[in-house]
Design a protein around this ligand. Structure first.
Ligand SMILES: C[S@@+](CC[C@H](N)C(=O)[O-])C[C@H]1O[C@@H](n2cnc3c(N)ncnc32)[C@H](O)[C@@H]1O
Length: 225
């Protein structure tokens, strides 16, 4: 499917799929959304000396970069293991045009950004000391076959239910919950009532949070079992 690069309201870019009329990020601000949903209401709430993160939808790699940025602000002896799944990788020219590394003060961010996209799939890499990264090229529903440590934090960043409704139904959430540690946190930009009910049925304690710019609400869900 044809993708094009678009500029969002905070000046950061995103990818847009014409045929689906769907953006990879909020058009109100890709960078602001990633910071708000996945760092402020995700990583900062779960940060520990060892943390295992699972992302659904590697896409442009923006969520990995905001995670590295936060990791660098903390004790460098902490260990992050980041696992992410992607079926339709972005290409080199899209990575270049998006230019996400330029939004960070860290001088080595370009090196990390390149590594994330160029490294081999299905293999663990140490992108920088104590930050381990594995990207799986497969369908989300193959998650059940992946051998992962208990996951503390899930970035649920699939396309919206309008275009991929099956990704917001019980079977996938159940698979994700099965990979999580008790007390693990799932954070997502979505706030649909049906998603909240499914998460509650799966023993998550669901909390509505203020959404990123342009969106009233989002969901935080803590696994209670
Ligand atoms: C909202 S975008 C991802 C955003 C990504 N976190 C980022 O910051 O760029 C959703 C991602 O899910 C991927 N995707 C869609 N359907 C998938 C599937 N069935 N299995 C795995 N990946 C899928 C898309 O290619 C896209 O990269």
């Amino acid at each position: 499917m044809k993708r094009e690069v678009k500029v969002t309201s905070d000046g950061s870019k995103t990818l847009y799929i014409n045929d689906l009329n769907e953006n990879y990020h909020s058009h109100h601000g890709a960078m602001q959304e990633a910071q708000h949903v996945f760092i402020k209401n995700g990583l900062k709430l779960k940060y520990d000396s060892e943390i295992n993160i699972l992302e659904l939808g590697f896409g442009t790699g923006l969520n990995v970069l905001v995670t590295i940025d936060e990791f660098l602000k903390n004790d460098k002896n902490h260990v992050v293991q980041y696992f992410t799944i992607e079926k339709y990788p972005v290409n080199e020219s899209e990575v270049k045009e998006l230019g996400y590394d330029s939004f960070f003060d860290e001088p080595k961010m370009n090196e990390y950004y390149q590594k994330l996209h160029q490294c081999a799939w299905n293999v663990k890499h140490e992108i920088l000391p104590n930050f381990f990264f594995t990207k799986y090229q497969c369908d989300f529903f193959e998650l059940k076959n992946l051998d992962l440590p208990p996951i503390d934090l899930v970035y649920y960043d699939c396309f919206g239910a309008r275009v991929q409704p099956d990704l917001w139904e019980k079977p996938l959430f159940e698979m994700v919950a099965d990979k999580m540690e008790q007390g693990g946190l799932l954070t997502t930009y979505a706030s649909k009532g049906s998603v909240r009910r499914i998460l509650q049925e799966l023993d998550f304690k669901v909390e509505k949070k203020d959404g990123p710019p342009g969106k009233r609400e989002m969901i935080n869900a803590v696994l209670m079992r």
